[in-house]
Design a protein around this ligand. Structure first.
Ligand code: ATP
Ligand code: MG
Length: 371
């Protein structure tokens, strides 16, 4: 039911389509005016769809199938993209038809062979031509497109994703959303030390992560006042870890308000000073919700490949000023422990800092990119 709702809202603005569940699949009939290309590019970004096939539909008698097959074959013959070999692969959802799948394969296969002169090969044909017989209809698949897989959005609970303007956090958020999680996004900015353009960049990244037709809330948290106090009151080498601990605390407060059950970050083990095991431990020790790190074991090259697929990479690499590069210490600590940080934080009124961060944040609605 959830997936049905998700697909409907993903395609709502394209109009005229009709979706219904049939035999353990969804059957989507496109309206006259609906662009097949747009529908395919959107469905490919809906979590929970493993595979889909654009089809031509006709009635389930073999003469109609032959006629429809002419339409399927036409572009293949024109383009000169003729396959070495082909096979007809029939599947019947209902067994009341007056022919078996094997008989359909034989009759339609022979027809295609006569029309084209192509060779038949049943094992691993270059061109499998699928026929799906469902009640009184037959669907001729024009293609087989791999979707995202995963689970439908909204079926596994809600997470709070810490979204920077970098490459990693958009990928980490998308990975968790692919597992069916709904999300709230949280971005810490250092305006006026950082530009408004860097906030715009985060909005753009967020749109790429959210599945089409879905909406999430984005919290923009003004982090500069807290950073200023960290800079003046605390040891410079602990600065970035302190930033992170305050981010985690504020994110957790927002997560509770939003009914999210975990935080998500784009940390990858050992990538930068704040991502050593010691420092991850020090950062974790202020959290009570789990912190999910889907990229922890991934290499940068793998993360970049995912970012390219997601469509976030080009935006992520635009030059921008990140809140954490604001007054970066020359020698950030690669090792730390919670006691050390607890001591450093005695100079600050932590409860008051978090209250202020949450209270001063603004909330925006992000709609998934429709493309
Ligand atoms: P990214 O590419 O995601 O920026 P990174 O490799 O630059 O990651 P860090 O800057 O150390 O690593 O950040 C680690 C994680 O902390 C990020 O992936 C993100 O989840 C969170 N984070 C960092 N900066 C911010 C920020 N300004 N707002 C929200 N979350 C942030
Ligand atoms: Mg970063």
């Amino acid at each position: 039911n959830r997936q049905q709702k998700n697909i409907r809202s993903c395609l709502r603005d394209l109009g005229g389509s009709h979706l219904k569940p049939r035999f353990g699949r969804f059957l989507l009939r496109l309206g006259q005016e609906t662009s097949l290309e747009k529908v395919c590019s959107r469905l490919a970004r809906v979590p929970g769809i493993a595979v889909f096939s654009p089809c031509l539909s006709t009635s389930a008698d073999l003469d109609s199938v032959k006629e429809a097959m002419d339409t399927v074959l036409k572009p293949l013959l024109e383009k000169g993209k003729e396959p070495e070999h082909f096979a007809i692969v029939s599947r019947r959802a209902n067994k009341e038809l007056p022919f078996t799948s094997t008989e359909a394969n034989g009759i339609i296969g022979k027809y295609v062979q006569e029309k084209t002169g192509w060779k038949v090969r049943l094992k691993k044909p270059e061109l499998p031509l699928y026929l799906f017989f469902v009640n009184k209809d037959c669907f001729l698949a024009l293609d087989r497109v791999r979707g995202q897989g995963g689970l439908p959005t909204g079926t596994t609970g809600k997470v709070a994703c810490l979204l920077s303007g970098g490459i990693d956090s958009p990928v980490s958020s998308a990975r968790i959303m692919k597992r069916g999680a709904d999300a709230v996004f949280i971005h810490f900015h250092s305006h006026p030390h950082t530009t408004l353009a860097s906030q715009e960049k985060v909005r753009e990244l967020a749109e790429r992560i959210v599945p089409p037709g879905h909406r999430v809330r984005l919290y923009m948290v003004p982090f500069a006042p807290t950073q200023n106090r960290i800079i003046t009151e605390c040891p410079a080498r602990l600065r970035v870890i302190l930033y992170r601990r305050y981010m985690v605390r504020a994110a957790e407060a927002i997560a509770r308000k939003e009914g999210a059950h975990a935080l998500v970050t784009g940390d990858s083990l050992g990538q930068v000073a704040s991502q050593t095991l010691e420092n991850l431990h020090t950062i974790n020790s202020v959290a009570t919700l789990p912190i999910l790190r889907p990229l922890v074991g991934m290499h940068k090259a793998e993360i970049i490949r995912d970012a390219q697929q997601l469509g976030s990479f080009e935006t992520s690499i635009e030059p921008h000023d990140d809140c954490c590069s604001y007054l970066m210490p020359p020698k950030p600590a690669t090792r730390s422990n919670p006691q050390q940080l607890d001591a450093a934080e005695e100079a600050l009124d932590t409860e008051e800092e978090i209250r202020e961060l949450v209270e001063n944040s603004s909330i925006e609605i992000i709609e998934g990119y429709r493309g």
